[in-house]
Write a protein that binds this ligand. Sequence first.
Ligand SMILES: [Zn+2]
Ligand SMILES: [Zn+2]
Length: 323
Amino acid sequence: MALQGCAVWCSSRTTRHHLSPSAPAPAPRRPSRLAVNAIAAPKEVDALPSVGALEAELQRRVAAATAAAAAPTTTGRVVLESPEELRSTWEHRAWVGSATTLMAATLATGLSGVEGVEGALEAGAALFAAYVLADLGTAFYHWGVDNYGDGSTPVFGGQIAAFQGHHQRPWTITEREFCNNMHKLFRPAVPFAGALLLGAAAGAPAWWDVWSSSFLFLCCMSQQLHAWSHMKKSELHPAVVALQDAGLLISRKAHGAHHKAPFNCKYAIVSGWWNPLLDGDSPEASLWMRLERMIHASTGVEPRGWHEPEQAWQEQQRPGAGR
Ligand SMILES: [Zn+2]
Ligand SMILES: [Zn+2]
């Protein structure tokens, strides 16, 4: 139902920048390093290729050169990762391990403080609320990093580049080793996890320890849930498939609309429960559009989708696809 709603209004617009009354022209393309004379000219005049064929060849080589560049684009987005960049390092493992340990200690402190049936119900409600609100939290976070800033933005630049690059190379997230993928979220969570543990040690209520630690953990784990939503069922553990099919974890089908024009819906990536409410039934009813207009009116800053060429959101062809 929600997916249908989005599909209806998503398909009613082909480019997001048309929505902005003051949207500037698309950013200039990155200059090609190709020289025209790189295309070998035939010796026989009567064997000259057509202009169309030459243009197609030029486009093909521009695409190949861009993909091989493995460098940030003019928007600061990194578009290619080498196999080495997909592996987990000990530093990645240390960040994920230390953040998880801090969160687990806070959760254990909270659970150890649970007393009686009432306390157990309170802890259960706190866990469920963390699960529901983590979905909402990821929606706002994902919308923010998809639309504002770039690779050079202080503190969040790496995450912004990763999320924006994800739209061009979504399969990469499925090829990363676990800690390589997860440290991007667990690392900035360490100070928060440390503060929560200090609060628990200082005698915070049990429900708060349970809620806050599980909320933070689920927000960080959303990167893995997101990765699963990009994998085929045959590549997933049956338990994950069952949770996706039951609607408890974001599924491939539920997340798919986020990667289709106009690329501005389905931001929630834990369960996806919040997406229908946040997306609404039309562009005008979308919370995101209203927020974007409010931000534009008060700061003059436009979201990325208003002024970047749509190609920046389009998925590139996966290397080796169709072989
Ligand atoms: Zn996105
Ligand atoms: Zn995705």
